[in-house]
Structure formats: C-alpha cells, structure tokens
Write a protein that binds this ligand. Structure first.
Ligand SMILES: [Mg+2]
Length: 165
C-alpha cells in the first residue's frame, strides 16, 4: 500500500539531480514542484544553483514546466525569473495538472520526470501518471500548517520505504 509513494530516485536537492543521467533514461521533460523544491517556502528568489540547474536543463533541450499547488502569483513570479512555463493550483496528486503539463511539453508521461519534495503530491501524482519520480529533501523547515501535518505521516512512510532511517 505504500509502494505508490515510492520515488524512482532520491536526491538531497534539485542540483543533485544528474541531468545527463535523466537523458540516458530517455527523459525529455521535467516537471518541477515549486515550494521547498525550487524555492524555500518563504522566499521568492531562487538560489544561484537552482538557476544554473534549470539553465543546464534547457541547454540539454529538456522541456521544463513548473507545477505547483500554490497560488498563481507565486508560480508566475518564478516562471518569469526562470523563463519556463508554470501551472499553479494544480491540486497534485490529481492527474489533471500533470496532464496539462504534458500538453504544454508535448510529451508522453513515460518521457517525463517529476521532481518534488512531497510524497503525497509530487511523488504519488507522478507515479500514478507513470512518470519517473524524484524525491528531494524539503528546502526549508518552515511550511504551511497543512503541509506540516502531512509531513508527520510522510516521515512514517519514508521510514517504511527505507528512504530515511
Ligand atoms: Mg513542495
């Protein structure tokens, strides 16, 4: 019952995701979560390392789309800064937002990787779409209250899956 939450890959942070390796796997598009994956919960400007990773992805001809459950304003701001399309209020893990991202990229689910910090939204959502899923550690401790509650259960599942001890 927990297998649906198992990521295909685990990385400490976005910059540790090896783009060359993804290319070898046949990945052509990347769906990135925003909060606590690209940006700490309470900040609006991404770190240099994040910018470089996105620039490198574009250089390697990956299509990159931001997919966030956050409000449109926040997604728009980051979309402008990184010059990549964004979809907000995605209601991950529901399929609709992921399907919208696929349409944007004009790719099939099997050609796409999802990078995110949450098992219940990013990883579960990506897994049910048949995408390659990559779990990163959340950038900041500070989070929405609702997220904090989910984290409690998330930690239990991470232990069960052997992601953390
Ligand atoms: Mg997140």
């Amino acid at each position: 019952m927990f297998e649906r939450f198992r990521p295909d890959q685990v990385a400490p942070k976005l910059e540790d995701v090896d783009l060359g390796n993804l290319q070898k796997k046949g990945v052509r598009g990347i769906i990135c979560d925003i909060d606590n994956t690209l940006l700490p919960w309470d900040q609006e400007i991404p770190e240099e390392g994040v910018r470089e990773w996105v620039a490198e992805a574009k250089k390697l001809n990956f299509k990159v789309v931001l997919l966030s459950n956050a409000m449109p304003k926040r997604a728009r701001s980051l979309s402008k800064q990184l010059k990549i399309p964004a979809k907000a209020q995605a209601v991950k893990p529901r399929r609709k937002g992921f399907k919208g991202a696929l349409k944007e990229m004009e790719l099939e689910a099997r050609e796409v990787a999802v990078v995110g910090d949450q098992l219940f939204t990013d990883i579960w959502g990506g897994n049910r779409m048949g995408m390659y899923t990559i779990l990163v550690s959340p950038l900041a401790e500070k989070e929405f209250f609702s997220t904090k509650i989910l984290r409690f259960f998330e930690i239990k599942i991470k232990k069960k899956l052997g992601i953390i001890s």
